[in-house]
Design a protein around this ligand. Structure first.
Ligand code: IDP
Ligand code: MG
Length: 164
C-alpha cells in the first residue's frame, strides 16, 4: 500500500510544475507533460495563464534580493506567451519532479532531464518545479483556486503504484 500523508518521503504528494513561456514558445509543452504522464504521475490541475506581477513576485519571493529578480518577474509577466501551470500528484512527486526537471543551470543538468535535454541557459530553462513540501503547498495555493484542483482516481492505479 501507499502512504498517503503528504510530505512523507515516498508518500503521495502534490507539486507545482509550470512550463515557462520559453518552453511554450519552443513547443515543448507536450514533451514536458508527456514525461510526467509516462512516469505515472497524475495531472490534477492545468491552466494557461499570464501571471500578474504580484503572483510572479510572490512565486519567486525567495529570490527577491537577487540581481536578476526584476528581469525574471518582467519576463514571466511579459505576456509574450502564457505559462502552463500544473499540479501533478503521486509518490514522492516533489523530489522526483525536480529530478525529471534537472539542475537550475542547464550546464549542470544531466542528459535525460528536461533541462539537460532541451536547454542551454539559466534564463531560458523552460520549466519550474517546487523544491520542497512547503514551497509546493505555497505555490499550488498561489496559482490555483482549490476548486481548480480536481481529485480523481487512476483506474489503472494498481498497475502503476503497487509495491508488490
Ligand atoms: P529553480 O527554477 O531550479 O528552482 P531557482 O534558484 O529557484 O531555480 O531560480 C528560479 C529561476 O530564476 C530559475 O529557474 C531561472 O529561470 C532564474 N534564475 C536563477 N538563477 C539565475 C541567474 O543567475 N540568472 C538569471 N536567471 C536566474
Ligand atoms: Mg526554485
Amino acid at each position: 500500500t501507499i502512504k498517503t500523508a503528504a510530505g512523507t518521503p515516498g508518500g503521495i504528494e502534490r507539486t507545482f510544475i509550470a512550463v515557462k513561456l520559453d518552453g511554450v514558445q519552443r513547443g515543448l509543452v507536450s514533451e514536458i507533460i508527456g514525461r510526467f504522464e509516462r512516469k505515472g504521475y497524475k495531472l490534477v490541475a492545468i491552466k494557461s495563464v499570464v501571471p500578474s506581477r504580484p503572483i510572479a513576485e510572490a512565486h519567486y519571493g525567495d529570490l527577491r534580493a537577487r540581481p536578476f529578480f526584476k528581469g525574471l518577474v518582467d519576463y514571466m509577466t511579459s505576456g509574450r506567451a502564457p505559462v502552463i501551470a500544473m499540479v501533478w500528484e503521486g509518490p514522492d512527486v516533489i523530489r522526483q519532479g525536480r529530478r525529471i526537471i534537472g539542475a537550475t543551470n542547464p550546464m549542470d543538468a544531466q542528459p535525460g532531464s528536461i533541462r539537460g535535454d532541451f536547454t542551454l541557459t539559466v534564463g531560458r530553462n523552460i520549466i519550474h518545479g517546487s523544491d520542497s513540501f512547503e514551497s509546493a503547498t505555497f505555490e499550488i495555493g498561489l496559482w490555483f483556486d482549490p476548486e481548480e484542483v480536481y481529485n480523481w482516481r487512476f483506474t489503472n492505479e494498481e498497475w502503476v503504484v503497487s509495491q508488490n
